[in-house]
Design a protein. Structure first.
Length: 363
């Protein structure tokens, strides 16, 4: 072995050692950066309204996952088997968020729930998306109150290599035209070990709205887990949610929840919307056996004009996309639902269509 070859091997060894050290340091950084927010965190209530909810009045609630402002209809996401890891541009983020919210505003909601709202993210060009939603949403002279529950604060993800997903912070935004007296963030169970790094800091928010008969309307905003290696995690999340609701129901209060369940709320969306099941379908049917007697699952659906609430983001939107309804509502049996539908935006600004429900609190 000549000296030149020895020097080449030495340099190669040094380079390999440096790369290995970088990888080790990065793994240490990821694990050391990981944290979960404490349970029962009291959330800040912003805005003002003295309006109380009233029995026998019809109210409208909307829910929509805005997909951090990235998912225009020509967008695919790398974690779903697509290509992109970030929004196309800062301008695209603003366009998607404002257009989506404008569509929701035209529904004239009394309560509006949003998920995957970025407040500081590499993937969304560090735009705080809340002001764009809150500026577009309110109707003239109608006050609004809002709360925000963080459910994502990732360390910098160096993947894909050429355009890393980066470091991102996001959460759940709840907007109400009624007074909110208290808002609490509840931490949901998630998987342990390495899998906890791949999931969000799953949670739901509970917002207390006074009713003029002395009771309270408990408004829940939720975003449950999708990709789990342990199926029991999803069941644990639902059990915790329903136990929480049971205590409020037993106290005589009204329960209305909405959000992204990451479950097939129709149970057979592939059949309804004329698609084959995905080989590894992430949207499993919601286990109805876990739903207690006092709670009703409301899956938005029109038999005459079936519209899904979510598309698979493995490719840009087209007729071959797998679609499913994962966004919907839960109500207690002292709440009467008049209708629940999906607003067909044709996935122009998000991989989720907004959903809405009209309901009445019974005295």
């Amino acid at each position: 072995m000549n000296d030149h070859f020895k020097k080449w091997l030495k340099r190669l060894g040094i380079l390999f050692g440096i790369l290995l050290l970088i990888i080790i340091c990065y793994i240490i950084y990821v694990f050391s950066s990981y944290y979960r927010l404490e349970d029962k965190q009291i959330l800040t209530i912003s805005g003002a309204s003295a309006e109380k909810a009233k029995p026998d009045m019809t109210y409208r609630i909307t829910s929509g996952n805005i997909g951090f402002g990235a998912y225009s209809d020509d967008y695919s996401f790398f974690m779903d088997g697509g290509k992109e890891s970030r929004a196309y541009s800062k301008e695209a983020v603003i366009e998607n968020v404002t257009s989506y919210t404008t569509a929701v505003a035209k529904l004239h909601p009394d309560f509006a729930l949003f998920q995957e709202v970025d407040i500081d993210g590499t993937r969304s060009y560090h735009i705080d998306q809340r002001p764009f939603i809150l500026t577009v949403l309110p109707e003239k002279d109608i006050p609004q109150v809002h709360t925000f529950a963080q459910n994502y604060d990732s360390p910098y993800l160096f993947y894909p290599i050429l355009e890393p997903h980066g470091k991102n912070k996001a959460g759940l935004l709840t907007v109400s035209t009624m007074e909110i007296t208290q808002s609490v963030r509840r931490s949901l169970p998630i998987e342990g070990g390495f899998m906890k790094l791949l999931d969000l800091d799953r949670c739901y928010s509970v917002n207390r709205i006074p009713v003029d008969n002395g009771k309270e309307l408990l408004l829940y905003n939720l975003h449950l887990s999708a990709y789990t290696s342990d199926p029991s995690t999803a069941d644990k999340q639902l059990k915790m949610l329903f136990n929480d609701m049971k205590a409020e129901y037993d106290a005589g209060n009204y329960i209305v929840a909405g959000g992204d369940f990451n479950k097939d709320l129709l149970g057979n969306s592939a059949e309804i919307f004329g698609h084959e099941e995905l080989e590894e379908n992430w949207a499993k049917p919601i286990p109805k056996k876990l739903i207690p007697d006092f709670i009703q699952l409301i899956a938005p659906f029109d038999k005459e004009n079936p519209v899904p609430s979510c598309r698979n983001a493995d490719q840009p939107y087209n007729e071959s996309n797998f679609v499913v309804t994962v966004d919907g509502f839960l109500v207690s049996d002292n709440v009467t639902v008049k209708n629940a539908l999906v607003l067909d935006t044709k996935f122009q600004w998000s991989d989720h269509n907004p959903v809405y429900m009209d309901f009445v609190l019974t005295d």
